[in-house]
Design a protein. Structure first.
Length: 239
């Protein structure tokens, strides 16, 4: 297990660590909250899937073609749990491509592909799943709730392509970027996949939690107030 997840579990396994609001929350009401234990379970199941199905490990590259969504940091943490490197976007060579776009999955030349539905409580990707693509929602619950890496990444092994970071630098970089936040920070952010280190990782490094949404301006003052956030990280221009 990643030291970051272990720290959150040791601090309080039941405390909320990742709260998700969909962009259309005002009409759909979509809000999902993961405790430290639930987050760790999703990461473990996903890491086990990557190892057991595709033999992902140190030296592997996992391309994530996912938007700002609660499943995105789950896949990032899972890839790092097995010692792999994360590339954001579908371009370039990769050992596994993870995408929510059937068009991208269908035209990709990557052999091993995972389709991720972003619909709440989805149990399958749906009818548009391209041939030969693994349906994440259909299979992930069958994997183990705990994960022990088959091979540990070395500190100098690549963990993130942009910005370039090694496994040994992920947590120290997050700790540096979150140094001005109080311990236990409750971060409200629209951080996308490329902002994971200065967003969610930095908050979790302060034993904090994250309220994630793709559109900060879509949340009402009442909703923001109910979440009792103590810091804001905006990565996109205000509307």
């Amino acid at each position: 297990m990643l030291p970051l997840l272990r720290r959150l579990l040791d601090d309080d396994p039941t405390a909320p660590r990742l709260t998700w609001y969909a962009a259309d929350h005002a009409t759909s009401g979509e809000r999902i909250e993961l405790s430290a234990r639930v987050l760790a379970t999703w990461v473990a199941k996903t890491a086990n899937l990557l190892e057991e199905e595709f033999e992902v490990g140190p030296g592997s590259v996992v391309a994530l073609d996912l938007p700002t969504h609660w499943r995105t940091p789950v896949f990032q943490l899972a890839a790092w749990s097995v010692g792999a490197a994360v590339r954001h976007g579908a371009d370039g060579p990769a050992d596994v491509l993870v995408s929510s776009s059937p068009e991208t999955l269908g035209r990709s030349t990557v052999q091993d592909r995972i389709a991720v539905s972003l619909a709440p409580l989805a149990t399958s990707f749906g009818a548009d799943l391209p041939p030969g693509v693994l349906d994440y929602a259909r299979v992930v619950t069958g994997y183990g709730d705990t994960h022990v890496a088959l091979a540990e990444a070395a500190p100098d092994d690549p963990a993130l392509e942009t910005p370039p970071l090694t496994h040994g630098r992920l947590l120290p970089e997050a700790q540096t970027l979150g140094a001005d936040w109080p311990a236990g920070v409750r971060l409200l952010t629209d951080a996308g996949p490329g902002d994971v280190v200065r967003g969610p990782l930095a908050a979790w490094a302060r034993t904090g939690s994250v309220v994630l949404t793709p559109d900060l301006d879509a949340l009402t003052e009442r909703v923001v107030g109910s979440e009792r956030t103590t810091a804001v990280l905006r990565t996109r221009p205000a509307a």
